[in-house]
Write a new protein. Structure first.
Length: 74
């Protein structure tokens, strides 16, 4: 059975280190930027994200690109 992509969306999630306790355990928070063009290259998304990170005061732990695809049977 053939399958096609009906809809595709992309977003970037940044995970921040809010604080560390006396044992070094990190308290984390995150924020997401939605509506990233799915056809944008990972490198372009990473470069833009690193520029956004430069505006942050908190330490960034991870950068995650999330791509969601809705698959439908033809």
């Amino acid at each position: 059975m053939p399958v096609r992509i009906k809809e595709q969306t992309s977003r970037v999630r940044l995970q921040f280190v809010d604080s560390r306790d006396e044992e070094g355990k990190e308290k984390l928070s995150s924020t997401s930027y939605s509506n990233i063009k799915p056809e944008a290259s990972d490198e372009a998304v990473f470069n833009l994200t690193t520029q956004l990170i430069g505006l942050q005061e908190k330490e960034v732990k991870t950068i995650v690109r999330v791509v969601e695809k809705e698959l439908v049977e033809e």
